[in-house]
Design a protein around this ligand. Structure first.
Ligand code: 9MR
Ligand code: ZN
Length: 543
């Protein structure tokens, strides 16, 4: 009896958890695009590999290269490269003496489903309305929440309530923060700009909250509608830094979170980000909704003019608040605002403002950027702008820095054993940065087309979906052995084992310390800024 039980347990494990028995062959578990590079990282001694099709036939063989030792993971690894095999189908990589990979496909549309899921994750994050989603046979549901948003106690009008409903929750917490909405929407609008034709192939299957808009913009409008409400209503142009409770809630569903939430004091970074977002919104909504486009641009001008008259950095002071700080210097935010205002309006004073600020920043392109450093967004908008009035030297400096930066990322991914374009840097939310580096690479590719740029962007995607130290996907519901315990209040409170799907988790603070534990918010939270980067990364590979 006992023996029978053990045998059947082994059989069971073999059939449902290939990951456990094949730990040494790390690759993008979603699969590969026929025409681009295909590699795997193997963490045991090996010399050759075979690609097996569904019938068990060897369709391609090769020699592995290696070993290469890398200190941060303390591993010797070998690489298998089967890029030259391009035939669509379902395969497995077998490495004699080591084991095999998960099953994966080679197909043109291999990333479409993950691209859709990562974008739908924004819909599932909506605040202020009931949300429903089906994924892998599971129904996820959330009641309408935070309908009392918000109170104005902290912006002088004692106790008054004003409409601040809508938008997306920020992360695993239910707060809403303008600075983080900034970098998120900036990257998402860029995705739309760079990949509109690809994005339009994807049906997001979201409710009709903005008739006449393509799905993707419909989702962004849910957030821009909320961002508009963060501008002070008295007409000054100031923008509240955030709308949150004074502290974080427990792990409860959002409709159960009844404590008062407040519009906070303004900050100059939030105000500048507001300008950039609204200028972008005006530009991208213009073809579908001219009235809304005008509303966004009018709001952007009010805040932009306010910033021109108020040049000092107005920091956000937490005071009573213990929720996310998102405190950041405003120099990069102001540069971004000027770039988007110019691109939307063509106004020469905005151009001058941007070019002066770009010079002050030495036309620098950041390798590693997030909510605290958004100058790249401005630099990229300017570099790719078709407007004619640019200063030729400024344009040249920025473009050559974009190329140099992308070349550096190609090099970094080239030497990292898991092809991580961020190399050995780890910190809170670094998985988001890895995904966001695909923006640098795709922009460089627009300036000077090079296969290495696209393939390094693909390396970032490979890394996220399994070609990493853990041989695990960092995105809930997708790929090999994905995170099961993200720091996400809904996932923790809804009595469903599987977490809400499609979300990238923050990642480790060193190469080997990531943990899939709900309590570890600094390793395993989800957040809109990292998610926007994931969406950008994925949309680049939709076919
Ligand atoms: O992403 C933010 C990270 O860069 C900071 O180091 C960290 C601490 O300030 O905060 C992170 O942002 C969190 C925010 O403050 C509140 N909502 C959840 C965010 C993701 O963890
Ligand atoms: Zn809410």
């Amino acid at each position: 009896m006992k023996k029978y039980l053990i045998l059947s347990a082994i059989f069971f494990l073999n059939t449902i958890t290939p990951a456990a028995q094949n730990g040494a062959v790390h690759l993008n578990s979603l699969g590969f695009l026929p025409q681009l590079k295909k590699t795997a990282t193997i963490t045991k001694v090996c010399s050759e590999f075979n690609l097996i099709d569904e019938t068990g036939k060897i369709v391609f063989s090769g020699k592995t290269t290696g070993p290469e030792y890398q200190k941060d993971v303390d591993q010797n690894v070998w690489h298998a490269d089967f890029s030259s095999f391009t035939k669509p189908g379902e395969y497995m990589l077998k490495v004699p003496g080591v084991g095999q990979s998960v099953r994966f496909k080679i197909a043109d549309d291999i990333f479409n489903f993950a691209a859709q899921a990562s974008m739908r994750a924004f819909y599932l994050w909506r605040c202020g309305m009931a949300v429903d989603g089906d994924f892998n046979g599971i129904h996820y549901h959330q009641n309408a929440c935070h309908l009392q948003d918000g109170f104005e106690n902290y912006i002088s009008k004692k106790g008054t309530q004003r409409d601040g409903t809508g938008g997306w929750h920020d992360a695993g917490d239910y707060g809403k923060y303008v600075v983080n909405a900034g970098v998120s929407l900036g990257v998402l609008f860029m995705a739309w700009d760079h990949f509109q034709a690809k994005i339009e192939k994807i049906n997001l299957n979201i409710p009709e909250t903005a008739p006449g808009l393509p799905d993707f913009l419909k989702e962004l409008k849910w957030e821009t509608d909320w961002v508009l409400k963060m501008q002070y209503p008295e007409g000054s142009g100031k923008v509240s830094h955030k709308l949150t409770r004074t502290n974080f809630s427990a792990f409860i569903m959002p409709d159960k979170d009844k404590e008062k939430r407040y519009f906070t004091e303004w900050s100059s970074a939030a105000t500048a980000d507001f300008v950039a977002i609204m200028a972008m919104a005006s530009r991208y909504f213009q073809p579908y909704d001219t009235e809304y486009a005008k509303k966004c641009l009018d709001a952007a001008w009010v805040s932009y003019r306010f910033l021109l008259k108020n040049t000092e950095h107005k920091r956000f002071e937490q005071g009573d608040f213990q929720t996310g700080g998102y405190q950041t210097n405003d120099v990069d935010d102001r540069l971004w605002a000027a770039a988007e205002m110019w691109e939307t309006t063509g106004d020469p004073s905005c151009l001058k403002d941007f070019e002066n600020r770009a010079a002050e920043m030495d036309f620098k392109i950041e390798e590693n950027w997030d909510w605290g450093s958004v100058s790249n967004l401005g630099m990229f908008t300017y570099a790719l702008s078709k407007r004619k009035e640019k200063n030729a030297d400024t344009e040249q400096s920025i473009k050559s820095n974009i190329i140099a930066n992308a070349d550096a990322l190609v090099k970094k991914a080239g030497v990292d054993v898991y092809s991580r374009p961020l190399g050995g840097r780890y910190y809170w939310g670094c998985n988001g940065t890895v995904a966001r580096q695909t923006v640098n690479l795709q922009v460089a590719n627009k300036i000077q087309q090079k296969k290495e740029y696209i393939e390094t962007a693909l390396s970032a995607v490979d890394h996220i979906f399994g070609n990493n130290f853990y041989n695990r996907s960092y995105v809930t519901g997708l790929g090999i052995d994905p995170p099961m315990h993200p720091h996400d209040r809904r996932s923790g409170a809804d009595n469903i084992d599987e977490p809400w799907p499609g979300y990238i988790v923050g990642g480790g603070h060193s190469a080997t310390d990531w943990v899939d534990k709900q309590e570890s918010y600094s390793h395993n939270e989800i957040a809109i800024n990292w998610q926007a980067a994931l969406v950008y990364a994925m949309m680049g590979f939709v076919n």
